[in-house]
Design a protein around this ligand. Structure first.
Ligand code: G4P
Length: 284
């Protein structure tokens, strides 16, 4: 399977993003805590030079807690102002506000020296599809300023949401595209659901997921599906089909159905909290 992105969407979102970045002091980059490496955009650093930055490790509620801590350490080491978040919870905002002040400190000082006092910092959120950008904006706007779901063109015009006296948030999230430096990155993006599912082959995706679970979270497979995790991934998928009663005519295991169950239960963390990429792999 070849994991692809769409060049047409990309050109449009680059242009939009470049325009929006001119308006802001702070970029809040949302990544998926289950794949913090693959869900980051390779060019965002360059595009946001001179702007304050925060990295939100979102969907932290679905990710492995030990790995969450490692990723926090990693991003802290990069001075990226990281925060673990569940964008659906308003409590996230309380933890985020002090971080915004810290990230924007230089700009606030510069403004003060120029006699600009009490000008709110302007921020925008950006991230690849499905990481929780609209959820984040909705949670903090107090009203339905941005609709959840990945529907291009939902919000029109520039609107700013006042989070408090010091911060205003652009109501339109910036759409970033993932890096596709290798198939592993593409696979991870497909697994968390940031790629259109209709372009994917569920059995292949599920087999790759099983391979990774076997390596790092083998007991989850046994606990959830009552299968022997020592078997090879293709056999495990077959067993999941049988255990879950996914059978075709002639009692053949329905692998597509079983694959969809497995992928859904991974995405919703019913299997357990899984992180597919370890920060330890990035530390030299
Ligand atoms: P986007 O704007 O970046 O494309 O993402 P969006 O806010 O639409 O969020 C995508 C899905 O992720 C939504 O689920 C949303 O509820 C969920 N989500 C966002 N943040 C979090 C989080 O921190 N934790 C968890 N567990 N879920 C989060 P959905 O509407 O059900 O869509 P889908 O999952 O069916 O695609």
């Amino acid at each position: 399977m070849d994991y692809q992105w769409y060049p047409g969407h990309m050109t449009k979102s680059i242009r939009q993003l470049q325009d929006d970045i001119k308006l802001i002091d702070l970029l809040i980059e949302i990544v998926d805590a289950r794949i913090p490496y693959s869900s980051r955009n390779p060019d965002v650093e360059k595009m946001c030079r001179g702007k304050a930055r925060i990295v939100i490790l979102n969907k932290a509620d679905l990710a492995d807690e030990a790995e969450n801590r490692r990723w926090m350490n990693y991003f802290e080491g990069q001075n990226a102002n990281p925060i673990l978040a569940d964008a659906r919870k308003k409590a996230t905002l309380k933890r985020l506000l002090p971080l915004v002040n810290k990230a924007c400190q230089d700009k606030i000082e510069r403004n003060k020296r120029r006699g600009i006092i009490n000008r709110p910092m302007r921020a925008m959120v950006a991230g690849i599809p499905n990481v929780g950008k609209s959820t984040f904006i909705n949670s903090f706007s107090g009203q339905s300023a941005a609709k959840t779901g990945n529907k291009p063109g939902v919000t029109k015009g520039k609107q700013w949401i006042r989070l408090n006296k010091q911060i205003e948030l652009l109501d339109t999230p910036g759409l970033l595209w993932p890096k596709f430096e290798n198939q592993e990155v593409g696979l991870h993006i497909a697994l968390i659901g940031s790629m259109k599912d209709e372009n994917l082959i569920p059995e292949e995706l599920a087999t790759e997921l099983i391979r990774r679970l076997k390596d790092h979270y083998a007991s989850m497979l046994a606990d959830r599906y009552g299968i022997d995790e020592a078997k090879d991934p293709a056999h495990i998928l077959e067993e999941v089909a049988i255990r879950r009663g996914c059978l075709k005519a002639g009692a053949e295991p329905d692998l597509v159905k079983a694959a969809r169950i497995l992928i859904d239960e991974f995405r919703s963390a019913k299997i357990g909290r899984v992180t597919l990429e370890s920060a330890e792999d990035l530390v030299p």
